[in-house]
Design a protein around this ligand. Structure first.
Ligand SMILES: [Fe+2]
Ligand SMILES: [Fe+2]
Length: 272
């Protein structure tokens, strides 16, 4: 149902609202690849972690680096082309996951930050396939945008498999303290990528001439955007990937994650 403050808005304004969502969605992809994933896949390909990766893993990381650079570029190119075609300039803000991840890394240094950065990429890559799966079939979204996302989704199916195997390869080499620090941050990492980006949505409305108060009200009363609507399913894929490694067998950690609602006693009993 349309928000009260959008009820009388002209069609052009409503179309512009949809466009700004799309621009910001593409920007999310670009920043995710450039800031979170590419530094990690490059480092795996060059074997620059403490773990000595198998030759096959390093070769795979080169391919994924190429894929991710293309995803970032194609999302950027698509935005530029659409802005030109519609004559509506994008208003882009830094996606919320950037500052949310910085909060997770805050107070850590050196190897600990590197470890958490590595796992933030693993988390995003095990989440993203399910996150992209619905969009190509969502008829509310421009067909050209759905095509871009469908191409991306095809590659991410392979990346999911790659990162699960990287996780299996790395986990046995971590110390109990390292494992604990990663697992205890999993709920925050998942949240960093999946929680609604309220600030970006407010800025989109402001760019279309809404005052800040109206923009806040519209966003507050609206359902979460497409990018963030399927929270349960993607988190389950990440839980399964970590569960397979035995990551949740530490009793104290499991209790904490159950209490936080990240794990579900019934669904995740195999991993506990
Ligand atoms: Fe990607
Ligand atoms: Fe990927």
């Amino acid at each position: 149902m349309r928000h009260e403050q959008l009820k009388d808005a002209p069609t052009e304004v409503l179309q512009a609202v949809g466009l700004q969502y799309l621009y910001q969605y593409m920007h999310f992809t670009t920043v995710l690849e450039q800031v979170v994933v590419l530094p990690v896949t490059s480092s795996i390909s060059l074997n620059r972690y403490d773990v000595d990766f198998a030759a096959q893993t390093r070769a795979g990381a080169y391919k994924i680096t190429t894929d991710e650079a293309w995803h970032a570029q194609s999302a950027y190119d698509y935005t530029e082309a659409l802005a030109k075609r519609t004559a509506i300039a994008p208003t882009l803000v830094a996606p919320a996951f950037e500052w949310r991840l910085e909060q997770i890394f805050h107070g850590t240094e050196g190897p600990q930050t590197r470890l958490l950065r590595f796992f933030s990429a693993v988390v995003s890559e095990t989440l993203i396939s399910s996150l992209l799966a619905d969009i190509p079939h969502d008829e509310r979204i421009l067909p050209s945008a759905r095509e871009v996302v469908a191409d991306h989704a095809k590659d991410e199916g392979r990346h999911d498999v790659f990162f699960r195997s990287v996780l299996d390869e790395v986990w046995p080499h971590l110390s109990p303290t390292q494992r604990q620090s990663v697992v205890s941050q999993l709920p925050r990492m998942v949240e960093a990528f999946l929680a609604p980006d309220v600030e970006a949505e407010i800025q989109s409305y402001c760019s279309l001439g809404f005052d800040i108060e109206s923009a806040r009200n519209i966003v507050k009363d609206s359902p979460p955007s497409t990018m963030t609507s399927s929270k349960q399913r993607p988190a389950r894929d990440t839980i399964t990937a970590f569960g397979r490694t035995g990551a949740f067998r530490d009793e104290k950690i499991a209790e904490k994650l159950l209490a936080e609602g990240f794990l579900d006693e019934r669904l995740d009993k195999h991993w506990l």
